[in-house]
Write a protein that binds this ligand. Structure first.
Ligand code: NAP
Length: 250
């Protein structure tokens, strides 16, 4: 897959899956806009690693759950590189709690960062892609959005919402040469899952047919495919990358 000459924005790419996606897209030849929130050191580190590969990259700090920030992210990327070909909506958080104990803030924060951000960044980039008459939008959902999970009603709702959103916009923009797809990761080894206690991690691995956690790179491979011309005839789809977890073990 060759992405030479393409410009890609990857939200939440200072670490974890987003960083692996940014590096993999760069490896395929793309110029990368790295985005993160808060401390800019991880985003600058991702940029430095991409530049070591002799690819172009820049970091734009923005809270993608904020309408003003999401618009600034997309507009600055276009001002810097003249266009955007690929948007990867990756930024996400968890605030786990049983529903009866979940606070309004825990609900609202996860919906804002994991779902609203996808709408905000996609709307902003579509304004450009519709005129360009091409573009690839790939959003990171989760198997939890398909299967549900105890203690994650907020997260499951946001991730299921991404799937509905992806299918809706796939229909809206198909006639303009733009595709929209989602990747639903299973249990992937990142800072997000490293926070899970060791005994629970072991229990989850026991339920994965391929018997191990996935790597951020496993997700990045699916994303780079969906972002490439090889996937030109695929839109409105969800690719599950979970070692068979969602199949069940028996
Ligand atoms: P992670 O290690 O926690 O990384 C998330 C990244 O998103 C961080 O760089 C974080 O920045 C950034 N971010 C958070 N809020 C943001 C905001 N408002 N604006 C911009 N950036 C923001 O998570 P991950 O495991 O790589 O997960 C990446 C995506 O995959 C998420 O959407 C997650 O839900 C999804 N996913 C992960 C798994 C898994 O097993 N790990 C499974 C299914 C789906 P800071 O460092 O500044 O907070």
């Amino acid at each position: 897959m060759d992405l030479t000459g393409k410009v890609a924005i990857v939200t939440g790419s200072g670490r974890g899956i987003g960083k692996a996606i940014a590096l993999r897209l760069a490896e395929a030849g793309a110029t990368i806009v790295v985005n993160d929130v808060g401390d800019n050191a991880p985003a600058e580190q991702t940029v430095a690693e991409i530049k070591q590969m002799n690819r172009q990259a820049t970091a734009i700090m923005a809270d993608v759950s904020s309408s003003a920030d999401a618009t600034r992210l997309i507009d600055t990327a276009i001002a810097t590189y003249g266009k955007v070909d690929i948007l990867v909506n990756n930024a996400g958080i968890t605030r786990d709690q049983l529903t009866m104990r979940m606070t309004d803030e825990e609900w609202d924060k996860v919906i804002a960062v994991d779902l609203r951000s996808v709408f905000l960044c996609t709307r902003a980039v579509l304004r450009f892609m519709l005129k360009q008459r091409s573009g690839k939008i790939v959003s990171i959902s989760s198997v939890v959005g398909i299967m549900g999970n105890i203690g994650q009603a907020n997260y499951a709702s946001a991730k299921a919402g991404i799937i509905g959103f992806t299918k809706a916009i796939a229909k809206e923009v198909a006639s303009r040469g733009i595709t929209a797809n989602a990747v639903a990761p299973g249990f992937i080894d990142t800072p997000m899952t490293q926070a899970i206690p060791e005994d629970i991690r072991k229990l989850m691995i026991d339920h994965i047919p391929l018997a191990c956690m996935g790597t951020p790179r496993d997700i990045a491979e699916a994303v780079v495919f969906l972002a490439s011309d090889e996937a030109r005839y695929i839109t409105g789809q969800v690719i599950t990358v979970d070692g068979g977890f969602s199949l069940g073990k028996i």
